[in-house]
Design a protein around this ligand. Structure first.
Ligand code: CDP
Length: 238
């Protein structure tokens, strides 16, 4: 397989066309950004660590019955994925209150959320990813009624799979963001799952093991991501 031109360059990942029109290469870069791109940095080795965490987690999600765009880990910072038509929507599930939920509703930080919360956001940097609901999605044609239900059920299924997976590693899955796309006539999970797009707390100490380390200048960002990989039993090749 040949890697051809870059077609999308996001804040932390790039997508490349390949000689197979149905497959793309997803490259996890070392670039890191927060607060709508206001704070950025290059974090040595982050791309490789996240590529390996994502590959491991996507396989677990697929085994748990949720179709994903992930095909296989290629090397270092690259994975092979299915080419999809992405929906401009972010799906967030929260098991513990923190972040924008606390700012928006004045909810106490660290509160257990039972049942967990589900929120839709519009993927639009210029508008700072505003919160939306099912009606906005239908009226503006961002997804069908059936796709809305599928996004909710798949995002909650991912919650069951990953809460258990992380709990076995002594880690709390606090919240996370998923994105979906259309491929071969059905909805599949796209994008990535890594400590860049979720919140993970140590079960005992509640120490932050995710991108909040970068957002809040807590230090040891990639070292902590590597620790998460190690606790999940992930081998990172050199
Ligand atoms: O990060 P912030 O407090 O602004 O947003 P949030 O709504 O509390 O984020 C909920 C979860 O979704 C966190 O795990 C974020 O890391 C993740 N998220 C993301 O990965 N990308 C976004 N554009 C928004 C949220």
């Amino acid at each position: 397989m040949q890697i051809l031109d870059e077609i999308i360059s996001g804040k932390a990942k790039s997508l490349y066309r390949t000689d197979d029109p149905k497959r793309l290469v997803m490259r996890f870069r070392n670039d890191t950004s927060a607060f709508d791109g206001e704070k950025t940095a290059q974090l040595d080795d982050k791309g490789r660590v996240n590529n390996h965490i994502n590959a491991f987690v996507m396989k677990k999600i697929e085994e748990g019955g949720v179709p994903t765009h992930f095909v296989k880990l290629l090397s270092g910072q690259d994975s092979l994925v299915r080419s999809m038509e992405m929906l401009p929507i972010e799906c967030v599930v929260r098991n513990i209150a923190t972040g924008s939920l606390c700012r928006r509703l004045g909810i106490e930080e660290g509160l257990d959320l039972e049942p967990p919360l589900f929120e839709f956001f519009l993927k639009n940097d210029a508008l700072h990813d505003p919160m939306i609901n099912d009606f906005h999605i239908l009226t503006f044609g961002w997804a069908t009624r059936e796709e809305i239900e599928q996004m909710k059920s798949m995002t909650f299924r991912v919650n069951e799979i990953l809460k258990k997976l992380f709990a076995e590693a002594g880690i709390l899955l606090v919240d996370y963001k998923l994105e979906f796309g259309r491929c071969d006539g059905r909805l599949m999970l796209g994008d990535e799952f890594s400590p860049d797009g979720c919140r993970l707390w140590d079960m005992q100490t509640r120490e932050k093991l995710d991108k909040d380390r970068f957002r809040q200048d807590l230090g040891d960002v990639v070292e902590t991501y590597r620790l998460v990989a190690e606790r999940l039993g992930i081998q990172i090749d050199h």
